[in-house]
Design a protein around this ligand. Structure first.
Ligand SMILES: N[C@@H](CCC(=O)N[C@@H](CS)C(=O)NCC(=O)O)C(=O)O
Length: 205
C-alpha cells in the first residue's frame, strides 16, 4: 500500500501523521501534482494529493476518505466510536479542512502575477480563517485534546492546519488566542508532527 503525495501538502500531512501515530504499513511515495512528471492523474482524475494506492491497484483519494479508509482497515481508533465523540471529531475535521482550503486558495492567489491577483479574494479567504480561529478559541476548554480524554483525528487535522498557517503565511494567529496556542504547542510536540514537517520549515518556538 502506497501513499502518493508531496512533502509540503497539509492534506497529505494529515495522513502521514496518522501513519506515524499508528505505525501503519504504508509506504510514502513523493509525487508533486504540479510537476509534469506526476503520476497522480492516473490514480486520481482530480489530479490532487493525497492518493492511496492499494495493493490491488485501486486508488483512494481525498484526505478525508483516505483517513477513513485507513482507520477502518487498520482499526486505528483515531475517531471516537461513541456518537457524540464521533460527530464532534467530524466537525473539527471539517472545520480544519475549511481552514486549509482557504489558506491554500490564498497562497495560490498570491502566487499569480501581481497584476492578476485579486486582493478581495485573498481578503475573503483570510476572513474565513480569522472567523474559524476566533470560534475555535472561544470553544477551547483548556484541555490537552479537542475531543474527549485522548488524541483523535480532530487534533491531527487542526494541528496540521495551524502549522500550515505558520509554514505558508506566518500570520500572528496566536495573538488573542492563548488557549489555542497552548493546545497547539502540546500537539505539535508529538513525534508524529516533528517527523512530518515540510522540508526546511522551522516552526516558531
Ligand atoms: N480535498 C482534498 C484537497 C487536496 C488538495 O487540494 N491537494 C493539493 C495539494 S495541497 C493538490 O494536490 N493540488 C494540485 C492541484 O490543485 O492541481 C483533500 O482533502 O485531499
Amino acid at each position: 500500500m502506497k501513499l502518493y503525495g508531496s512533502l509540503t501538502s497539509p492534506y497529505v500531512r494529515k495522513v502521514r501523521v496518522l501513519i506515524k501515530e499508528k505505525t501503519l504499513p504504508v509506504e510514502l511515495v513523493v509525487d508533486d501534482p504540479w510537476l509534469e512528471t506526476t503520476r497522480i492523474p492516473a490514480m486520481n482524475p482530480l489530479g490532487k494529493v493525497p492518493a492511496l494506492l492499494l495493493d490491488d491497484g485501486e486508488a483512494i483519494y481525498d484526505s478525508t476518505l483516505v483517513i477513513a479508509w485507513l482507520d477502518f482497515r487498520f482499526q486505528c481508533g483515531i475517531v471516537p466510536a461513541e456518537q457524540k465523540g464521533y460527530w464532534d471529531c467530524m466537525k473539527w475535521h471539517t472545520l480544519a479542512n475549511g481552514i486549509l482550503d482557504a489558506a491554500v486558495a490564498r497562497v495560490l492567489e498570491s502566487r499569480r502575477p501581481a497584476e492578476k491577483q485579486m486582493p478581495e479574494r485573498m481578503a475573503r479567504e483570510q476572513a474565513r480563517i480569522e472567523r474559524a480561529l476566533d470560534q475555535i478559541e472561544s470553544r477551547m476548554t483548556g484541555g490537552a485534546y479537542l475531543v474527549g480524554p485522548g488524541f483523535t483525528l480532530a487534533d491531527i487535522a487542526l494541528g496540521v492546519a495551524l502549522q500550515y498557517l505558520d509554514f505558508r503565511d506566518p500570520d500572528p494567529w496566536r495573538d488573542r488566542r492563548a488557549r489555542l496556542a497552548r493546545w497547539h504547542a502540546g500537539i505539535v510536540a508529538r513525534s508524529s508532527f516533528a517527523e512530518t514537517l515540510p522540508p526546511g520549515f522551522v516552526p516558531p518556538s
